[in-house]
Ligand binder design. Structure first.
Ligand SMILES: Cc1cc2nc3c(=O)[nH]c(=O)nc-3n(C[C@H](O)[C@H](O)[C@H](O)COP(=O)(O)OP(=O)(O)OC[C@H]3O[C@@H](n4cnc5c(N)ncnc54)[C@H](O)[C@@H]3O)c2cc1C
Length: 393
């Protein structure tokens, strides 16, 4: 296809969400022509995306399995005063697998190394002036800054490491918070890919978004040293600064886009407020978009906006917890909130990560003596007030 062309649906941004939408459309609606435009040299960038088994429905898991490179039957957490193994599966997808699967399905309808300059309801215009006309345009260009969202940050560097001997870890360690608490809530995250290799991430839940790569790399090295794991080779590295949602005006946020353009992924604030995970939401939205009868631009823009707003509104409880974590708990004490949470029943924890807590769960999570000062906890109850003061600051 010439770069100037026509499509039923043009997607700006070939990251996780854009690529999954293109995949589902190609798979289930072969009659619909899709063009995917990505500024980078491949789909997905440099990521290992993971999810808890209970985060996605069985039928979603079925089609996502084309992308899954590792799945473990259980996971564990470690805190200074508490450790636990959860019999909840944990699965990982890599950006290289995403590219391997989706790129051939699109062929010359995947346009790489092509920064999008502007988008409108009926076209995507590239930096060089070429345009792709389409009946519908989806903006999946990832996270954007907005004054309408008040955020904390989950910052990390992860290294896929080959050790000179077995590390002895069999299942993912989702949080090892038995490390010095620096820069907010700090934990190590370990995905044991083989007996001798693992992805090891040093993560900090911090107020600011500055990423101190040196400190995080040292954190990984010290942690491996403390466990007696000798590093033979660093195979690859990834990093992230993920948003943690404290408060927001979702209608104003979603309204910032060009009229008639549908939004997906982080661009539509579709992420778990406490973990910044977006994979389950991205997969669910890809399925929903591909199942729409009416794939016209106006209809998709209306649908995605309504969907994103409704998910955001359903998750107000999570944002309250995030405000408690970030503003009521002193940084060095933040781990206590998570340590306490992980003593709750496994099904509740699974529903929590799946964004499906019910009122009973919420009461249970908040019951008892809070691990943060009561006065400060009360101070962050109102989302509206919090957003107002964050916008003033
Ligand atoms: C290293 C890392 C690890 C993560 N791990 C997990 C995890 O384990 N589980 C989980 O659920 N979430 C995880 N996340 C969070 C979240 O899922 C990811 O950020 C996810 O990639 C977001 O998907 P997205 O499609 O919305 O945005 P992105 O994947 O960021 O995709 C946006 C795409 O748009 C492209 N783009 C941007 N601007 C333009 C432009 N002007 N023109 C053309 N293309 C453009 C970008 O190059 C990018 O490829 C992780 C994030 C990072 C950074």
């Amino acid at each position: 296809m010439s770069i100037s062309g026509k499509a039923d649906i043009a997607i700006a941004g070939g990251g996780l969400s854009g690529a999954l939408i293109a995949y589902r459309l190609r798979l289930t609606r072969p009659d619909v022509s899709v063009v995917l435009v990505e500024q980078g040299p491949s789909l997905g960038g440099n990521h290992t995306w993971s999810f808890h088994g209970a985060d996605v429905r069985a039928q979603t898991y079925q089609w996502l399995s084309a992308f899954i490179v590792h799945c473990w039957p259980r996971q564990s957490v470690r805190f200074p005063e508490y450790e636990r193994v959860l019999e909840t599966s944990y699965c990982s997808i890599t950006s290289s697998r995403l590219h391997e699967v989706v790129a051939p399905m699109l062929g010359d309808r995947l346009i790489l190394n092509a920064p999008v300059e502007t988008i409108a309801a009926d076209r995507i215009t590239l930096g060089n002036g070429d345009a792709i006309e389409a009946k519908a345009v989806i903006d999946a260009r990832g996270a954007k800054q907005s004054k309408h969202l008040a955020l904390g940050f989950q910052k990390f560097v992860g290294q896929e490491i080959e050790f000179s001997g077995p590390h002895g870890i069999e299942a993912p360690v989702i949080m090892d918070a038995t490390v010095p608490q620096e820069d907010g809530y700090r934990f190590l995250y370990i995905l044991p890919f083989t007996a001798n290799t693992a992805l090891v991430e040093d993560t900090r839940y911090a107020d600011g978004d500055a990423l101190d790569r040196g400190a995080l790399r040292r954190g990984i090295e010290d942690y491996c040293g403390s466990r007696g794991w000798k590093i033979a080779k660093i195979l690859r590295e990834e990093e992230g600064v993920l948003p943690i949602a404290l408060a927001g005006d979702i209608d104003a946020f979603l309204g910032e886009t060009e009229k008639g353009v549908a939004q997906a992924g982080m661009r539509a604030a579709l992420f778990h407020p406490l973990t910044g995970y977006s994979l389950p939401d991205a997969a669910a939205l890809a399925e929903l978009i591909a199942s729409q009868q009416d794939l016209s631009g106006a209809s998709l823009a209306r649908f995605t906006r309504g969907h994103a707003a409704s998910i955001w509104k359903q998750r107000s409880f999570y944002r309250l917890l995030c405000r408690m974590l970030f503003t009521a708990a002193a940084p060095a004490q933040r781990y206590k909130v998570l340590q306490r949470f992980y003593r709750l029943p496994q099904p509740l924890i699974e529903r929590f990560y799946a964004g499906a807590t019910h009122l009973g769960d919420q009461a249970r999570i908040l019951a008892g003596k809070p691990p943060v000062p009561v006065g400060r906890a009360l101070g962050c109850l109102s989302e509206g007030q919090y957003l107002k003061s964050a916008m003033k600051a």
